[in-house]
Design a protein around this ligand. Structure first.
Ligand code: FAD
Length: 376
């Protein structure tokens, strides 16, 4: 079946961004993001890849998806045989510029998560699944006189960035807040330094970055028809957004994905879903290549009547998952550290029910490089 000729994708613009962008945005049709706080959008012509406002940047956001794949450049980003690693180090970081900061969760989400686009002008290239370090401004509270320590953030875009030109990097950052254990009230003096710096930053602000780092979550591309089972809690979805853009949104001559990508995402409730519209679009356009399962802990119940966590979803599909793993599928876990014990317990139980030793199976998955974990 011929792909429908979608020639435009709509690009939402962060509230509070450059007013000239916002003005031009109002001339284009309205696009809603789960009826949340989004301003109308810019139209991005996929044939010319130019934003109709004529701005230098294509300010892209989390809601891009089109069946006709988007051209990317520069394709020289495909040439390297090894991923870029630690091009910038804490002593000599690269000073990048914030392009946009968007809150991407609804009002009923517990906490705030932001999608942050950073302009590195092509100077800090990376591959999908890597992380950047960010050095927040100010003095290290634990080492007076010294700069703050680096914090790592998984990259939430493909190597071409949200503007498809290899010049930007997107991060998915949850604002770390502190609640007093006695009063239960938020204590702003103990809020997370870097996540608050990033979520409060404005377009044009400077940000010191290091990296890129990490190899464990790189997308193995030797077999374009492989199966990739991706398990995330919250911002752990970041690397998968990068993979999925490469698989389904971008026209990458050297990677024509024809396998199965199966995303399990665990968040608190519907308002906490991240990049949901983008993922739903892949589901519509590539139903044979993409599966998307959600665990909404505060809205859904598991089979025992308890909260629905991502491991409960894994258990629900354990037969299929085990078969896929036996057939060589890759499985990835990313998100909060606390997710792993429950998942491991579930997998162990399922393995035992199937008469298999989980320890042996896990050792084999690790040996075959099918098992990828990045938790924090
Ligand atoms: P910090 O200032 O480092 O504080 C840490 C915590 O301590 C906060 O919750 C803070 O509220 C609390 N705190 C501060 N002072 C006190 C006190 N006096 N008493 C008790 N508690 C206190 N995060 C993301 O959001 N998205 C990602 O994609 C992501 N990817 C990551 C990838 C990797 C490989 C790793 C290792 C981590 C990743 N992280 C990610 C986590 C991120 O690196 C930071 O750890 C996180 O943003 C918190 O940093 P912060 O500077 O905001 O908090």
């Amino acid at each position: 079946m011929a792909h429908s000729a979608v020639s435009q994708v709509y690009v939402s613009v962060p509230v509070g961004s450059d007013s000239s962008i916002r003005r031009s945005a109002f001339k284009t049709p309205y696009v809603s993001f789960r009826d949340k706080l989004w301003t109308p959008s810019l139209a991005l012509d996929l044939k010319t890849k130019k934003v109709q406002s004529g701005r230098q940047y294509i300010v892209c956001s989390v809601q891009q998806a089109a069946k006709q794949k988007v051209a990317v450049s520069p394709l020289v980003l495909e040439d390297a045989k090894e991923p870029p690693l630690n091009l910038y180090k804490p002593k000599e970081p690269y000073t990048a510029t914030i392009v946009s900061v968007e809150r991407i969760v609804g009002p009923k989400a517990p906490g705030e998560t932001c999608h942050i686009v950073i302009d590195h002008d092509g100077t800090v290239p990376y591959w999908e699944g890597q992380s950047y370090g960010v050095i927040p401004p100010g003095e290290n509270p634990k080492k007076p006189g010294a700069p703050n320590n680096v914090r790592l953030y998984s990259i939430a875009s493909s190597r071409y960035g949200d503007s498809f030109d290899g010049k930007t990097t997107s991060l998915c950052v949850r604002r770390a807040v502190y609640y007093d254990t006695v009063t239960g009230k938020e204590d702003p003096s103990k809020k997370g330094i870097c996540s608050n710096f990033l979520c409060d930053s404005k377009p044009g602000d400077k940000v010191k970055i290091t990296g890129p780092s990490g190899k464990i979550m790189l997308l193995p591309e030797d077999d374009p028809n492989a199966t990739h089972i991706m398990v995330a809690t919250g911002t752990g979805v970041a690397p998968y957004r990068g993979y999925l853009r490469r698989m389904f949104m971008e026209n990458v001559p050297t990677y024509k994905f024809g396998g199965l990508a199966w995303l399990f995402l665990g968040v608190a409730n519907t308002d906490s879903l991240l990049y949901h519209d983008e993922f739903n679009k892949y589901l519509q356009d590539y139903p044979d290549n993409f599966r998307y399962d959600l665990a909404l802990s505060r809205e859904q119940k598991n089979k025992n009547g308890g909260k629905m966590y991502v491991q409960d979803k894994i258990e629900e599909y354990s037969d299929e998952i085990f078969k896929l793993l036996d057939g060589g599928a890759h499985i990835y876990f990313c998100g909060l550290k606390g997710m792993m014990p429950g998942i491991q317990e579930t997998l162990k139980r399922v393995a035992e029910e199937r008469g298999e030793s989980w320890e042996e199976k896990l050792a084999k998955l690790k040996k075959n490089k099918q098992w990828h974990v990045e938790v924090y």
